[in-house]
Design a protein around this ligand. Structure first.
Ligand code: ATP
Ligand code: FE
Length: 319
């Protein structure tokens, strides 16, 4: 179904982007396309379209890493943001803490051992019966404003692990099993109970981010004392509560928080195009496809594509 939805949308989406920008294919310098990570069936639809355009108009192709694009779009909105910088990427499928040294050069300080925070927001919102049309995350954030964050006791994950990894599977399940949740404050009605659960979930979900980020800042500054910026991006970075709390971590450590505007935090084409521009300028691109390339050619997709090397000494550095 996902592949079919992509196939049905791709031509119109590309045409609309060109129309909105008031350009045609012949005005382009290159075509950037996501080659991973993700579902290969869906990635293939995009790569197929990109290669078709590149072949017809003799344009170079830039293969983009989806998560690098979430990180680098921050350089579009803040032109002073130079490497190296620390980045937290929080989305539906990823929870990454990386030290960005340069284009395509990342050291992974932490990742999730199970679910990403966006997945926990989405599933909790669904369980709370919220309107999912604009996404579970924004709905839960909204409801949490009416709740008491201390009403329900969620436990903070992974405190015994002195590293920068995350775990959100437990929080996701705790939100589901109300019987286990002692609702300590007096509750007025069903909506108030749900708001309390939302606020309590959010407080602990973000406290988990804060604790891991504080440690990651310390690790990162040991490796690269010149770091000035802390980038937070990916869909969950649109959340105002998340931004406020991570800004406190940045300020406490003398770093400047860079958070792209919400429309550039959640998935968007601009971040892919921008990352394409960065790589293109650096000379990292492929030649246009051969004129006789068959339409059913098997492309080089990267469904599993880690963003950089894992930081192995991490475990020995304790706070
Ligand atoms: P990935 O980037 O890991 O492949 P994805 O592309 O599906 O995953 P994004 O589009 O970057 O993810 O982000 C979508 C996620 O962000 C969803 O889980 C959504 O609920 C979450 N999200 C969006 N807005 C908010 C918000 N205001 N509060 C919390 N979560 C939010
Ligand atoms: Fe994404």
């Amino acid at each position: 179904m996902a592949e079919e939805a992509h196939s049905l949308a791709i031509d119109q989406v590309v045409q609309k982007a060109l129309d909105d920008a008031n350009v045609s294919e012949s005005d382009l310098s290159a075509v950037a396309v996501t080659v991973g990570p993700g579902l290969s069936l869906c990635l293939r639809v995009g790569v197929h379209k990109a290669r078709k355009i590149a072949k017809s108009f003799r344009l170079p192709i830039v293969g983009v890493h989806h998560m690098e694009a979430h990180a680098l779009v921050s350089r579009l909105v803040n032109k002073d943001l130079d490497f190296p910088f620390l980045a937290l990427l929080i989305s539906g499928g990823h929870n990454l803490l990386v030290l960005a040294h340069g284009l395509g050069q990342y050291v992974q300080l932490g990742t999730t051992i199970d679910d990403a925070i966006g997945e926990a927001y989405d599933k909790s919102a669904r369980w709370l019966g919220l309107d999912m049309r604009k996404g579970g995350g924004p709905a839960l954030e909204q409801l949490a404003l009416e709740g008491d964050p201390n009403a329900v006791k969620f436990s903070v994950p992974m405190r015994q692990h002195k590293d920068c990894n995350f775990s959100y599977a437990g929080l996701k399940t705790q939100g589901r099993s109300t019987d286990d949740i002692p609702i300590s404050s007096a509750t007025k009605d069903d909506r108030q109970i749900r708001a309390n659960i939302a606020a309590s979930f959010q407080q602990v979900a973000v406290l988990h981010l804060e604790e891991r980020c504080q440690r990651a800042v310390e690790w990162a500054l040991k490796m690269e004392p010149s770091i000035k910026y802390f980038v937070v991006s990916g869909g969950v970075a649109s959340n105002q509560y998340v931004r406020t709390h991570l800004n406190q971590i940045a300020e406490k450590n003398g770093l400047q928080l860079v958070c792209p505007p919400p429309r550039l935090c959640t998935d968007n084409g601009v971040m892919i195009a921008w990352t394409g521009i960065e790589h293109f300028i650096a000379g990292r691109f492929d030649d246009p496809p051969a004129v006789d390339e068959p339409d059913d050619m098997q492309y080089d997709l990267r469904p599993r594509w880690p963003l950089g090397e894992e930081y192995s000494e991490g475990r020995s550095v304790s706070r």
